[in-house]
Design a binder for this molecule. Structure first.
Ligand SMILES: NC(=O)c1ccc[n+]([C@@H]2O[C@H](COP(=O)([O-])OP(=O)(O)OC[C@H]3O[C@@H](n4cnc5c(N)ncnc54)[C@H](OP(=O)(O)O)[C@@H]3O)[C@@H](O)[C@H]2O)c1
Length: 276
């Protein structure tokens, strides 16, 4: 069983949601942390809490990972601070919801920059030094969305299919090197993932702390894949293997229309009251 005590883990998207849950769980298991996201204040606050609760070392790197240079900047910052990462948790991610052609393009492009390009860049920059040392671990946060095309989340499900395929291939390349790579595939998880839009989270969404703990347990057991959500989430990932892809897309479209993803709009902040 892999032991996280005294290891240094870098968690992206650690300012809230699942990334914050990974940070809390890893600190509770005795890991030192490097927290990465854009919201420096939220990261500093979390760092302070975790230092005093667990006595572990916490570093913060505020970075916008959609910037193509960011993986290099993160790697340079680690070197300047003389930090060696034992575990990389590539968690930061976002997704556009709604009919692709009637919704803005920009969030789709940013989700590719974040979910695909930044993830791959961090694996390359940080994974290389793990390979040179002959030890290390990488957890890439994918999704059950990776296993089938998802109408009304077309770009998002495609980014997660990339993470699935990339991680499986890399795990095989790295077999026997001492560096392990695992993809985790949460189902609906109770975070602010849909914030800013009228899309609503599945009421049966699982708590992020449970998803983080199960993922870390699976990695510690040496698993190559983790399904940390509900058992039914995993069963649903098997169905597309049995059906023609066009039928799978049609069924997923029916489901996402039922949840209203075909009618999603942006939520705008309420205007300030007159005279205030
Ligand atoms: N929630 C679900 O139902 C669900 C299901 C399956 C998989 N997932 C995956 O789980 C991961 C975490 O999602 P979540 O649900 O926790 O979402 P979330 O609550 O929206 O959190 C997203 C995190 O990513 C960070 N982030 C966003 N844009 C960034 C950028 N440009 N640069 C750096 N960091 C950025 C955010 O921090 P800042 O805003 O401070 O930058 C935040 O910490 C994602 O990969 C998502 O695809 C989620």
């Amino acid at each position: 069983m892999h032991d996280y005590t005294g290891q240094t883990a870098l968690v992206t998207g650690a300012s809230k949601g699942l990334g914050e849950a990974f940070a809390r769980e890893l600190a509770a298991r005795g890991a030192h942390l490097v927290l990465v996201a854009r919201s420096a204040d939220a990261l500093d606050k979390l760092a302070e809490q975790l230092r005093s609760a667990y006595g572990v070392r916490i570093d913060v790197i505020a970075a916008d990972l959609t910037d193509r240079r960011s993986p290099q900047v993160v790697a340079d910052t680690l070197q300047e601070r003389e930090l060696t990462v034992d575990l990389l948790v590539n968690n930061a991610g976002m997704g556009a919801v709604g009919p692709f052609l009637s919704r803005p393009y920009e969030p789709n492009a940013r989700s590719v920059d974040l979910n695909v390009t930044a993830l791959m860049g961090l694996v390359h920059h940080i994974g290389r030094s793990m390979l040179a040392r002959g030890r290390g671990g990488i957890i890439n946060v994918s999704s059950t969305a990776a296993f089938q095309p998802l109408p009304y989340q077309a770009g998002y499900s495609a980014t997660k299919a990339f993470v699935l395929s990339f991680t499986e291939a890399l795990a095989e390349e790295l077999r026997g090197t001492g560096v392990r790579v695992m993809a985790t595939h949460p189902g609906a998880t109770d975070t602010g993932f849909f914030d800013g839009t009228t899309a609503v989270m599945n009421p049966k969404a699982v708590a992020p702390d449970r998803v983080a703990a199960r993922t870390l347990d699976d990695f510690a057991r040496g698993r190559s894949t983790s399904f940390p959500g509900r058992a039914s989430d995993r069963v649903l990932t098997l169905v597309p293997r049995l059906l023609p892809r066009s039928l799978t897309a049609r069924i997923a479209g029916v489901y996402n229309r039922r949840t209203g993803h075909d009618r999603v709009a942006d939520r705008h902040a309420a205007p300030a009251p007159q005279g205030s």
